[in-house]
Design a protein around this ligand. Sequence first.
Ligand code: ZN
Ligand code: MN
Length: 259
Amino acid sequence: MTAFASAFAHELTWPEYDAAMRDGQTPILIPIGSMEQHGHHMPLHVDVLLPTEFARRVALEIGALVAPPFTYGYKSHQKSGGGNHLPGTTSLDGATLVAALKDVIKEFVRHGARKVCLVNGHFENSWFIIEGIDLALRELRWDGITDVKIVVLSYWDFVHKEAIARLYPNGFPGWEIEHGGVLETSLMLALHPQLVHLDRALDVAPATFPPYDVYPVKPEWTPSSGTLSSPKEASVEKGHILLEVCTTGIAAALRTEFA
Ligand code: ZN
Ligand code: MN
């Protein structure tokens, strides 16, 4: 449905971009991820690739544009990403991420955007995204701009119960320990099979943690694989189920909110 030369804002010329954005009708989708280890079998930018692809698919469905993704995110937490002490994981301080998000949101609004969506692919970003949105909207209010609507979502929240039952016939471990497990590995197998090395995957039991955190972290709490659950049951077919369910769900949500 999109009439744009590309779903990616940064692939347009400025006159094309300006024509799309200036009347405030075109939603801009901002993917936000992290550079973070994802086990022995996947690359460091899984959390960037996946929300960027969901944003692209949704943009094509609803006539939106996709902004360049945030490729660094907030620090990996031991219980949801293995921990920030691990090799490869490269993170921002919370204040840095919040400030960068606030700047970028305000820039898109300056271009005309009034419908903005943050498409998150890294669990630990969640509250910092909300803070960036809150500060941006506050400063925009000070400038008299009060007609901006911002939606924030994490793609895995669109996997409904029926899909979970198909994806995890032996029981669902919970999204928090789905780090480098069935969800992300299946999506990567469907989208970027050349970047997945299932033969190198370590088949670990779902990680268990005590109900508290310790800093400095205790590295022995993180499974040696770097993943928090096993990718063994991942498959291309599950990846396609996830692509369908999440794309459909996100597109429907944005059609409602940006109507
Ligand atoms: Zn991830
Ligand atoms: Mn992550």
